[in-house]
Design a protein around this ligand. Structure first.
Ligand SMILES: [Zn+2]
Length: 448
C-alpha cells in the first residue's frame, strides 16, 4: 500500500490560452522554498489543464502559447531538490482544446444535447467521451509525461461520463455490442461504469508498465453507493489511494467529508482529505480562508485517519502567493507536530451504518448525513458500509431510513442477528412493499 505524506498541496492551474506572460515570474528555487517553508512535503502540479493546455514542451498535445519554459520540468526538479514529492495533474474529460477540434469525441446527453457547456455558454466545460479515440490522445500524453519526468504520481481529473450515460456514436455502438438498451437509464448508467472502468484499466496498465511504484488517482469518481457493484469497491483496485475532494465552503458543505471518509476508511487504502485555501471555492484567487477554518478542516482529516491536502491556484505569471503559504504553514506546522501519532492509525468502529445512498434513490444522502451527525455528536465510533462488508466486525448495524434490503442482505442480517448482532432500522429501511423483509424485526407495516 502506498503511504502518502501528511502535508500536501493541490496546485490548480487552469489557464486560458488567451492569458499572456504565463510563467514569466516563476523562480524554481523560490517556488520550492516557499512550499518547504510552509511545511509542504507533497504537491500536485499541472501537466495539462481543463483548457487542454500543456505546461511542458509536448510533441503530443499543445503547450500553452504564452509559456516559454518547461514549467512542469522545473517544478519537478526544484521540488525534488527540497525533498518534496511531486504528482502530475492531467485533466481528462475536460479539455477545451480537444473539444474545439474533435466534435466526434464529445459526450452526448440522452436528449441529444452536448454534455457540459452549451455552444453559447460562457461558463463550464465541454465533456470529452472516455469511449472515443480521445482516450488514445490522453494515453499518449500520459506516456510522454511519464517518460520525460520523474514524477511520483499521476492525478487524473474529471474521470466521469454525463449522467446517466453518454449516447455519442461510440457509446451507442458499444452499448449495442454489450446488449445494453440506451433508452433505459439503468443500462446507460451501467455502461458509464464500464466506460470509466475501461479507461482506468488502460491507464493503470500504462502507468504501471512505466513506473510501477508511483501513486495513481482518478478524481470525480468517489461516490457513496450501497450497491457495491455500482459503487467504488468494484473499481478500487485501480486506485493506489483515495483523495476526498471536499471544500466545505465550495458546495460540499461540512457533512460531506466526515460522511465519505467513514466509508472510504473501510476499503483498506491510504486516504487524503482535500480542502482549499479559498474563502469559497476553486479559482477564488483573492479569497483566503481564515486560519481556524483551515485548522478545523485539517485536524478533522487527521482525526478521521486521513492525510491533509490544501488546494491552491498558481497565478498565471507563476509566483506563489506568500500570504497563502503563511496561512498553510501556520496550520501544517501543527500537523507536522502531531503526525507521528496519526501514522498508520486505524479506525476501530463499534457500529456499521449501511449506506442508504444509491443510484436507485438518486444518491439521496440526507439519511446518511443525519445518521453521521447523530452518531458523531453522540461520540460513537462508526463506519459507513456497503453491501459486501463483513457485518460481524460490528457490535451494532444501523440501517438509516431508506436502506434497500434485498434477499442476499436479508440473509446476511439474519446470520448476523443469530450470532448475537444488534440491528436498528429506521423509517423504510428493510421494507419490501408493505411488509418487512426480516421477520426478526417483529413489527407490522401499517402505513406511511
Ligand atoms: Zn460517448
Amino acid at each position: 500500500m502506498i503511504e502518502l505524506p501528511f502535508r500536501q498541496v493541490h496546485l490548480d492551474f487552469h489557464t486560458s490560452p488567451l492569458i499572456p506572460d504565463v510563467g514569466v515570474d516563476f523562480d524554481p528555487e523560490e517556488f520550492a522554498k516557499t512550499l518547504k517553508s510552509a511545511y509542504v512535503n507533497s504537491i500536485t502540479v499541472f501537466a495539462k489543464c481543463h483548457h487542454g493546455m500543456s505546461y511542458y514542451p509536448t510533441k503530443v498535445g499543445v503547450m500553452h502559447p504564452s509559456l516559454k519554459r518547461d514549467l512542469l520540468g522545473e517544478m519537478v526538479e526544484a521540488c525534488h531538490k527540497e525533498g518534496i514529492r511531486v504528482c502530475a495533474y492531467i485533466s481528462v474529460v475536460w479539455d477545451e482544446y480537444s473539444a474545439g477540434n474533435h466534435g466526434d469525441w464529445l459526450q452526448v446527453n440522452k436528449d441529444g444535447t452536448l454534455a457540459g457547456r452549451p455552444p453559447f455558454g460562457n461558463r463550464g466545460w465541454r465533456f470529452l467521451c472516455m469511449n472515443s479515440p480521445y482516450v488514445d490522445y490522453v494515453s499518449e500524453q500520459t506516456e510522454e509525461i511519464l517518460r520525460l519526468y520523474d514524477v511520483d504520481g499521476i492525478f487524473f481529473d474529471i474521470v466521469m461520463q454525463t449522467y446517466p450515460g453518454c449516447v455519442c456514436n461510440h457509446c451507442m455502438k458499444s452499448m449495442k455490442q454489450l446488449g445494453l438498451d440506451p433508452t433505459n437509464d439503468t443500462d446507460l448508467y451501467r455502461h458509464s461504469q464500464i466506460v470509466g472502468r475501461n479507461f482506468m484499466s488502460r491507464m493503470d496498465r500504462l502507468v504501471k508498465s512505466l513506473k510501477p511504484d508511483i501513486s495513481i488517482f482518478y478524481n470525480s469518481r468517489l461516490r457513496l453507493e450501497s450497491n457495491y457493484e455500482l459503487g467504488m469497491r468494484k473499481e478500487s483496485d485501480y486506485f493506489t489511494h483515495f483523495e476526498i475532494e471536499s471544500l466545505p465552503s465550495g458546495g460540499w458543505g461540512y457533512n460531506h467529508f466526515p460522511l465519505f471518509v467513514r466509508y472510504y476508511q473501510t476499503l483498506g487504502k491510504d486516504l487524503l482529505g482535500m480542502t482549499g485555501r479559498f474563502h469559497k471555492s476553486w479559482a477564488d484567487f483573492g479569497g483566503f480562508k481564515n486560519r481556524p477554518a483551515l485548522e478545523y478542516e485539517c485536524f478533522t482529516m487527521l482525526s478521521l485517519g486521513a492525510k491533509c491536502s490544501v488546494g491552491d491556484q498558481l497565478h498565471p505569471r507563476g509566483r506563489l502567493d506568500i500570504t497563502v503559504y503563511n496561512l498553510i504553514g501556520s496550520v501544517y506546522k501543527k500537523v507536522a507536530e502531531r503526525e507521528e501519532w496519526c501514522r498508520n492509525a486505524k479506525p476501530i468502529s463499534d457500529i456499521g451504518v449501511l449506506i442508504s445512498s444509491s443510484f436507485y434513490n438518486d444518491w439521496r444522502t440526507d439519511s446518511d448525513e443525519g445518521a453521521m451527525r447523530i452518531l458523531s455528536e453522540s461520540h460513537y465510533q462508526f463506519s459507513f458500509i456497503d453491501s459486501l462488508e463483513d457485518l460481524n466486525k460490528y457490535k451494532l448495524i444501523i440501517a438509516p431510513d431508506r436502506v434497500v434490503v434485498d434477499e442476499v442482505m436479508a440473509e446476511k442480517l439474519r446470520r448476523y442477528l443469530k450470532n448475537g448482532g444488534k440491528l436498528i432500522l429506521s423509517y423504510k429501511s428493510g421494507l419490501d412493499g408493505d411488509r418487512f423483509i426480516l421477520d426478526e424485526v417483529g413489527v407490522d407495516y401499517l402505513g406511511d
